[in-house]
Design a protein around this ligand. Structure first.
Ligand code: UDX
Length: 432
């Protein structure tokens, strides 16, 4: 099949590359000339494990191409994916300006029937709006389909190639057939392609992410309670996670969820609910609890140093919102850095992938180090923000030698409290 993917961010680039890998001819379109230039030269613009090999192979095989011209990109395409950003507007609702602009343009340049696919996370009713925008100038038949993505950064290629399910919102028989053929190579293990109406598909994405964010937040509250009651959240997690109705995954307490999806989607669903006069109480609480959770360790730090953080230097391990990504959007590390700077502390940071992105946002307000041990030079405490594997079994002796006080604040529960006690550390983690 011939595919066009409009937007070459995380979702667009993974979608385009993976559909080329299953034998389609894919043209990715982006208005950012610099980005397209790089991609045309075979330089990948995001960090996503496993993607580069597929990216290079499909460029070599001439199945994957890039252009800045929408008209050129969609020429002859059977399916056109819209993988454009939907940033939160001031009121928290998803801003559709990028999608609707492309939809407007598509109407006048479409020369053949095509399935237009909303891949971005968009509010319920967007497929209808996109249809209207294209219809204004369209000379040919087309269908608009909602096909939300459920990729996790860091394992996006795997999630794409072996999805638990594919959700497709359309009532058009023609579009259904095309989408079924396109996804057939990815669901050979028997995982379902679930067809439904557009609105239900659109809501499915928000419901999935909001449910997962709620699940994490619930565990964060249980963890906070564990600390007060003297229980251990690891045990409670195992105790409840083995109940198949609850499930083991996404029950890890920590310093709050971040990333490009959960915060934005919870906020957008809350706003959509308000718009239809529904007070979605759980979501309001989830947002409030998550904000509080992000800087929980700062409270311990303040307590330990009796509110005297002025002039203290803190080592920080991990900046990305989770491991195996360089993404720092809504990363708890950023909130903690800002909180520490406001309290007059200095911060020395290290992350295996996200340092460049942090430099762009925070600049020289913190010290960037070559590795995790270098962060510890002349510091008073260590804070752990991301559970990169390299931080899991460090040389505790070196850490202790370098810190002025043996204090570790672990936002990801990487170490055993008992072991930390034996090693002579004051150790704060979440819910233990
Ligand atoms: C998420 C969804 O999982 C994916 O389906 C959707 O399409 C996009 O959003 P992603 O943002 O890449 O993916 O990361 P994910 O692995 O889901 O983690 C999100 C956040 O939750 C991270 O900040 C992570 O640290 C946190 N988290 C996750 C926890 O705090 N505890 C957990 O048990 C799991």
């Amino acid at each position: 099949m011939k595919i066009a993917v409009v937007g070459t961010g995380y979702v667009g680039l993974v979608t385009g590359t993976c559909f080329a890998e299953t034998g389609n001819h894919v043209t990715c379109v982006d208005i950012d000339e610099k980005k397209v230039n790089k991609l045309q030269q075979g330089i990948i613009t995001i960090y996503e494990p496993g993607l580069e090999v597929l990216f290079e192979r499909n460029i070599r095989q001439k199945r994957l191409e890039f252009t800045t011209s929408l008209k050129e990109g969609i020429k002859g395409a059977d399916v056109i994916f819209l993988a454009l950003p939907t940033p939160p507007g001031e009121d928290g609702s998803a801003d559709l300006k990028y999608i609707l602009k492309v939809a407007d343009d598509l109407g006048s340049i479409l020369e053949q029937y095509a399935v237009i696919v909303d891949k971005s996370t968009v509010p319920v009713g967007t497929a209808e709006k996109v249809t209207q925008a294209i219809s204004k100038n369209a000379k040919v038949e087309f269908d608009v389909v909602s096909n939300p993505e459920f990729l996790r950064e860091g394992v996006a290629v795997d999630d794409f190639m072996k999805p638990d399910r594919v959700v497709i919102g359309t009532e058009s028989v023609k579009a259904k057939k095309i989408m079924e053929t396109l996804y057939a190579p990815l669901v050979r293990q028997g995982n379902p392609v679930i067809f439904m109406d557009e609105k239900s598909a659109e809501l499915t994405k928000y419901a999935a992410n909001s449910f997962l964010a709620t699940k994490i937040t619930f565990m964060n509250e249980i963890a906070n309670l564990c600390e007060r009651l003297g229980a251990n959240v690891d045990m409670v997690r195992k105790g409840i996670g083995t109940d198949t109705r609850i499930g083991k995954r996404f029950l890890f307490a920590g310093i709050g969820y971040g990333g490009s999806c959960f915060p934005k989607d919870v906020q957008a669903l809350a706003k959509s609910s308000k718009d239809v006069n529904y007070d979605f109480k759980i979501l309001e609480s989830v947002m409030a609890v998550n904000t509080r959770q992000k800087t929980r360790l700062i409270d311990h730090l303040k307590g330990y140093f009796k509110n005297e953080l002025e002039g203290k230097t803190i080592a920080m391990w991990g900046l990305a919102f989770k491991p195996y990504t360089d993404d720092i959007r809504e990363a708890p590390a950023l909130y903690n850095i800002n909180a520490l700077l406001e309290l007059g502390a200095k911060v020395r940071v290290y992350d295996p992938e996200a340092m460049e992105n942090v430099k762009e946002v925070i600049g020289d307000k913190v010290t960037y180090c070559e590795d995790e041990y270098e962060t510890l030079e002349g510091t008073d405490a260590l804070m752990i923000m991301t559970e990169w594997p390299v931080f899991r079994t460090p040389e505790f002796k070196i850490i202790k030698e370098k810190l002025s006080s043996p204090l570790i604040l672990d936002g990801r529960n990487l170490y055993e409290p008992e072991q930390m006690k034996e090693e002579g550390f004051t150790y704060f983690s979440i819910g233990r």
